[in-house]
Design a protein around this ligand. Structure first.
Ligand code: KG4
Ligand code: ZN
Length: 344
């Protein structure tokens, strides 16, 4: 089963060709950071307009580069929820039109299911030494979501904990903005933190009371605001990398605390997956890998190209559903919210 997949839920336009084993033949993405940079955040109208500019050329590019044509494609998958409504619409109507014109199977995918299943992806650069299997515990950390998910089997996902306010990526982006760093912020904080030293500044951990698997990053954000206001610009400039180190450490502490707690409170999972844009963070990768080694946990963190928004993860989710005979109705709508608590 070979799927052509489209992801356009936010500000990345991405097209991939993937099969049901998770092998990514190609994944090409067009980043819009250069367009949103001057506004310090994503402007939805600009994002959807840009998707319309680049989506069809990207699809053609994927087919040309792999020397495939439509006869080689068995189905089309697309993200239809959650995301920016205009951005979702561009991908969804394009995919529906192609499915209709080329007489292909069509399936609409929840973006969060895509992130969750990214641990199954592999390619020529990253052949998998061991294969992820259900059930597993997933930590999805992105710009819009922070969730601990028990993935029992395909389509059976139970949310064990989620953020009550900001997502982890949002916290990174807002801190970066407070420091006057360029957009997008997470990676800037990560890079600066690599030159910093620890323990100079303390940031609070949210929702530490026993039993809670939820996250909260708004207190961290307010504490950062107060600290930076107190320090003033010259001190901030001098201690930039240490500030980034300690802030990043606080976010990673919060994620690791709840990951450990989820393991303690639930049946010990065979595997853990950490995914979503924040899973690109070098400190989170480093700390989670040594934690997994110490606790004999099989940890899967996809390569960064499959952690951030990409169509390959949507293609894999689509392929798995299509091999099970599932398809979506041609009138299925886009949806900006993930309405389900436990999504499927
Ligand atoms: O998964 P993603 O590409 O898009 C969403 O679905 O939101 O995640 C984007 C988020 C942004 O908040 C970005 O700042 C964050 O991932 N991010 C990082 C790093 N790379 C991307 N956060 C911390 N460290 C990084 N290296
Ligand atoms: Zn995402």
């Amino acid at each position: 089963m070979r799927i052509l997949a489209i992801e356009s839920s936010c500000d990345d336009t991405s097209v991939a060709i993937v099969n049901d084993s998770g092998f990514v033949e190609i994944c090409r993405s067009a980043n819009q950071d250069w367009l949103h940079k001057i506004y310090g955040g994503i402007v939805p109208e600009i994002a959807s307009r840009q998707h319309t500019e680049v989506l069809l050329p990207l699809i053609q590019d994927c087919l040309d580069t792999t020397h495939l044509n439509w006869d080689h494609i068995d189905g089309l998958a697309v993200t239809n929820r959650p995301g920016l409504i205009g951005s979702l619409l561009v991908g969804l109507v394009t995919t529906k039109a192609l499915a209709f014109a080329k007489q292909k199977k069509f399936i609409a995918i929840n973006h969060l299911e895509g992130h969750l299943l990214a641990g199954f992806l592999w390619d020529e650069l990253a052949p998998q030494s061991s294969r992820l299997k259900f059930p597993f515990l997933g930590l999805v950390v992105s710009g819009g979501h922070t969730q601990l998910v028990w993935a029992e089997e395909l389509g059976n996902y139970r949310i064990l904990g989620k953020t009550r306010d900001d997502a982890a990526g949002e916290a990174f982006d807002k801190f970066s903005q407070m420091l006057g760093l360029p957009y997008p912020g997470g990676v800037q904080v990560d890079l600066l933190a690599q030159q910093g030293t620890s323990g100079n500044y303390s940031f609070p951990l949210g929702l530490t009371q026993p039993g809670s698997l939820d996250f909260s990053f708004s207190g961290l954000k307010s504490a950062a605001r107060r600290l930076l206001d107190g320090l003033g610009a010259p001190m901030i400039a001098t201690h930039l990398s240490s500030l980034c180190f300690d802030f990043q450490e606080a976010v990673v502490d919060a994620l690791m605390l709840k990951l450990q707690r989820a393991i303690d409170l639930n049946a010990s999972p065979a595997s853990v997956v950490i995914t979503g844009g924040v899973a690109c963070n070098s400190r989170l990768r480093e700390r989670s890998m040594s934690w997994a080694q110490k606790n004999s946990i099989e940890l899967f963190i996809p390569p960064p190209r499959y952690c951030t928004d990409n169509a390959a993860m949507i293609g894999y989710a689509g392929a798995q559903r299509l091999v099970r005979g599932q398809t979506s109705a041609m009138d299925c709508p886009p949806c900006s919210d993930s309405l389900e608590d436990d999504f499927s």
